[in-house]
Design a protein. Structure first.
Length: 65
């Protein structure tokens, strides 16, 4: 997880109620199984449980040119 700090990733996440969502997040850090990030959809800070991330990938970044 250390290598993801500062990266934007796309995740598929299952919350504690069982709802599955897809999000783009910017990773800020981690402590144990908790991942601190900013949700780019809402702009708000979030904490995600690593064991509830069902899938992830580095986000494709488009460059204006």
């Amino acid at each position: 997880m250390e290598k993801l700090i500062g990266q934007i990733i796309e995740i598929i996440y299952e919350d504690k109620a069982g709802k599955i969502t897809q999000r783009r997040i910017e990773v800020h850090g981690h402590k144990g199984e908790l991942l601190r990030a900013t949700c780019l959809s809402t702009g708000g800070p979030r904490v995600f449980r690593a064991d509830s991330i069902l899938a992830w990938r580095l986000a494709k970044v488009s460059h204006a040119g």
